[in-house]
Design a protein around this ligand. Structure first.
Ligand code: HEC
Ligand code: HEC
Ligand code: HEC
Ligand code: HEC
Ligand code: HEC
Length: 249
């Protein structure tokens, strides 16, 4: 029988596997020019929004849970933004004459969504998932900066690859267990209640870093030992967590 594949077909196959394997990298490099542009890396610069929505006011002072508005954050990859109905659950009754809320009322009457400007973006070739991070007890502020302090939302971190990898290579430095919470998921949100109840001075050094949006320094050998134990307990596969395929496919 004639040879089904000529020897050079093999070479082609091999080459295409190599090229195929590198495709995300090539696409990535092309996108890198864009992703490094100032537009995408603006950190700590409040972004103009159609309505001056304040997290400091709603999430911290009024104490509304993140999940009331970002309903899918612990269940899916996307946190999601609230529909106008969520705002109107309060603002049909309070602050009904505020001119700042006119666009909310108009959106509700016209049945057209509010066009929020996106603060955080990843290039489309990067895979991200909220729920898995929340399930490991990683607080929103760890990635988004001091949301509880934001009058107008800004980007807390530039989400460069190196930044994600810092944690993926050594999650033991970041994982912790809040003794006051029943579950890791709950501790993510508990930080904000603690801040309200006890104030910054009543919190642990780690929590203080979080609510102030400070870069987490080494929080001591004791914390890293705890982190290592958690990595083991939750079966986090540290060896694989920095594989390209975790974030690119
Ligand atoms: C009352 C509703 C409400 C609550 C409660 C709320 N948010 Fe938001 N959030 C919004 C709205 C509306 C936007 C879009 C406008 C903006 O960016 O400020 C938003 C945007 C964001 C963004 C930026 C999204 C982007 O464009 O990338 C982050 C991050 C965020 N919220 C985190 C949080 C965290 C953390 C909490 C809890 C501490 C929280 N939010 C509580 C309504 C809410
Ligand atoms: C749980 C109730 C609640 C929800 C839900 C809520 N708000 Fe508010 N909001 C308030 C209260 C209470 C105030 C005013 C408090 C104060 O100023 O003392 C306020 C104030 C505001 C103000 C400032 C108004 C002014 O004239 O100073 C804006 C703007 C605003 N909210 C936008 C929104 C948007 C947009 C949403 C939906 C994403 C939303 N709010 C959802 C309770 C709520
Ligand atoms: C491990 C880092 C990390 C943590 C922890 C995290 N986020 Fe995010 N968040 C991101 C990234 C990255 C994006 C941009 C995603 C994209 O563009 O694909 C984002 C986007 C968002 C958005 C915009 C809408 C969306 O889903 O893309 C909101 C709202 C948001 N986050 C809220 C939250 C809240 C609330 C929490 C805590 C309960 C939280 N995030 C925890 C990294 C994180
Ligand atoms: C503070 C630590 C931390 C940061 C920052 C962080 N991650 Fe993670 N990430 C984790 C941990 C812990 C896991 C869960 C691993 C496990 O339980 O197996 C995870 C899981 C993931 C997964 C799912 C992996 C899987 O097996 O399904 C993806 C995708 C991911 N991260 C992407 C990102 C991206 C993209 C960024 C940066 C924008 C980022 N992460 C930032 C700690 C972090
Ligand atoms: C934890 C998640 C994560 C892992 C693991 C990861 N990357 Fe990335 N990568 C990212 C993010 C996030 C960006 C986008 C950075 C930006 O917008 O500047 C990115 C961007 C890139 C880019 C575009 C150039 C650049 O640096 O911005 C290339 C190329 C790339 N990654 C290749 C790789 C390769 C090869 C591996 C394996 C060795 C890898 N990545 C592993 C998250 C990850």
């Amino acid at each position: 029988m004639a040879q089904l594949f000529k020897p050079y077909a093999n070479v082609i196959a091999r080459t295409s596997i190599v090229i195929g394997g590198m495709l995300p990298v090539i696409v990535g490099l092309a996108a890198a020019a864009y992703s490094r542009s100032p537009y995408n890396t603006k950190v700590e610069v409040p972004l103009n929004q159609p309505i001056p929505f304040s997290h400091q006011h709603h999430a911290y002072e009024l104490g509304i849970d993140c999940r009331y508005c970002h309903t899918s954050v612990e269940k899916s990859g996307y946190a999601g933004l609230p529909p106008t109905e969520t705002c109107m659950s309060c603002h049909s009754q309070i602050w009904t004459n505020s001119p700042l809320l006119e666009p909310v009322r108009k959106s509700y009457e016209d049945n057209t969504p509010i066009q929020w400007n996106k603060v955080n973006t990843l290039p489309s070739f990067v895979n991200f998932n909220h729920s898995i991070h929340i399930a490991r007890g990683i607080n929103c502020n760890q990635c988004h900066g001091p949301v509880n302090d934001m009058q107008i939302t800004f980007k807390g971190h530039p989400f460069m690859m190196q930044w994600c990898l810092q944690c993926h290579r050594a999650p033991e430095k970041y994982l912790y267990k809040d003794p006051d919470s029943h579950s890791l998921r709950e501790q993510v949100f508990n930080v904000y209640w603690k801040l309200q109840e006890k104030g910054v001075s009543g919190m642990t050094p780690r929590e203080q870093h979080l609510v102030k949006g400070e870069e987490q320094e080494e929080d001591g050998a004791k914390d890293v030992a705890e982190g290592k134990a958690l990595v083991k307990q939750y079966g986090v596969k540290v060896q694989q967590l920095a594989d390209c395929s975790v974030c690119h496919y």
